[in-house]
Ligand binder design. Structure first.
Ligand code: DOR
Ligand code: ZN
Length: 427
């Protein structure tokens, strides 16, 4: 298939034409002509397809809340061409068999590259290492390992996991939460949690694990990735570790860049998430950390939940919120429109660095001739109000319902084939 993209602005810069042929960028220049299908991209920003390091697709096990297909649709509509599917499914993705199943479902859906994450421990039990090597060698080629939802709390087991993943050129993506400090925790621990009568989740529960793990990663000489960093202190610790040369990378979610613990005031469990929404000072530190590169990536932690698990008492609700379809808009709102990131830096934090961390060949590549045509075209001037009923996800727990956000994903190409055309997903 051949497509001529006319008048697009790579990284928000000067407009050019881009010819896509046989899955790769075949030419870039002014006034290219072709008999091929043309896409009028006047005014649209062209970026490499986005890569998510942290998506919950819920299949196998909770197909009532999301499937690999519905999650792939949500991802494509959000501008993604690759997503890492978290391992806390039922059964857990802790064997070559389960990760291959998820990988196959992803390639059957064919909308984004679904890259399975392997569990670090058997059944996320935190006691025995899972078959990391078998998952790495499987057709799914797992490189990111995580017990996300749970922390690998045992330091000896974490050390062993770092040693194994180092040998596999993989990485442990740690959900940093000292479980002994978050028993019964419901929201950020502070003045507000005391007033609302909800058990607090203290910043130190995250920071203590990050401090420990960067030291372990340094000791082992392994890579470490920190999931959903949520506190100012965590940003400081990661900045310190990077300055020492520790091979640590980190992600922040769109919701932690935009929302604060003030959202808990109405006891609407849509806003219950783990780690919890923090203070305005934490949000400012997360934005600054993402801007200066201390935080490498934006990752959605897209966490679909059934209505009965959200439309209930706060303390009974499950933590998690949707993210894939609005992630780029939230980043534009919090980081681009505020002058904190350029479009080139958005590509770096949402595509280039996530692809490097996940060791994904073919994604996060520069917009150059010969590179795979994994591309997204964004209308930066569009604004729209989020309607949960209109989402492609099977779940409705969007924290952005009713909120007006900037930017709209218009077209997405996966290896040169349109997955989204004029804002419509193609499957
Ligand atoms: O809020 C969260 N939801 N945090 C996690 O770590 C897990 C996730 C989920 O699976 O729902
Ligand atoms: Zn997590």
């Amino acid at each position: 298939m051949t497509i001529l993209i006319q008048g697009a602005r790579p990284y928000g810069e000067d407009a050019v034409d881009v010819l896509v042929k046989d899955g790769v960028i075949a030419a870039i220049g002014e006034d290219l002509s072709s008999t091929a299908e043309t896409v009028d991209a006047t005014g649209l920003v062209l970026l490499p397809g986005l890569v998510d390091l942290h998506t919950h697709l819920r299949e196998p096990g909770r197909e009532d809340t999301e499937t690999v297909l519905t999650g792939s649709r949500a991802a494509a509509l959000g501008g993604y061409t690759a997503v890492h599917a978290m391992a806390n499914t039922d059964p857990v993705a802790d064997t070559a068999g389960v990760v291959e199943q998820v990988w196959r479902l992803g390639s059957d859906a064919g909308l984004v590259d679904v890259v399975p994450v392997g569990a670090v421990t058997v059944g996320l039990g935190g006691e025995r290492l899972a078959e990391l090597g078998a998952m790495a060698d499987s057709a799914a080629r797992v490189r990111v390992f995580s017990d996300d939802g749970k922390c690998v709390a045992d330091p000896a087991l974490m050390r062993r996991a770092l040693e194994y993943t180092k040998a596999l050129d993989g990485v442990v993506a740690q959900h940093a939460e000292e479980p002994r400090l978050t028993v019964g925790a419901q929201m950020h621990e502070g003045e507000r949690s005391a007033r609302l009568g909800l058990t607090g989740w203290p910043a130190v529960a995250e920071e203590a694990i990050i401090a420990r793990d960067v030291l372990l990663a340094e000791h082992v000489g392994a890579r470490l990735h920190v999931c959903h960093v949520s506190t100012a202190g965590s940003v400081e610790l990661i900045r310190w570790a990077k300055s020492r040369g520790v091979q640590v990378t980190a992600e922040v979610t769109p919701h932690h860049l935009l929302l604060t613990d003030a959202q808990a005031e109405g006891y609407d469990a849509t806003f219950k998430v783990n780690p919890p929404l923090r203070t305005a000072e934490d949000v400012a530190a997360l934005r600054a950390g993402l801007a200066d590169g201390t935080i490498d990536a934006v990752a959605t932690d897209h966490a679909p939940h059934a209505a009965e698990d959200k439309e209930c008492e706060w303390s009974a609700a499950r933590p998690g919120m949707l993210g894939l379809e609005q992630a780029l808009s939230v980043v534009v709102d919090t980081m681009v429109d505020t002058g904190l990131l350029t479009w080139r830096e958005v590509a770096d934090r949402m595509s280039v660095r996530p692809a490097v961390i996940g060791r994904l060949a073919g994604h996060g590549r520069p917009l150059e001739v010969g590179e795979p045509a994994n591309l997204v075209l964004v209308d930066p001037g569009a604004r729209s109000v989020v309607d949960p009923a209109a989402l492609a996800s099977k779940s409705r727990n969007s924290p952005y319902a009713g909120r007006e956000l900037p930017a709209r994903v218009v077209h997405v190409l996966l290896r040169g084939e349109p997955t989204v055309r004029d804002g419509e997903v193609q499957k």
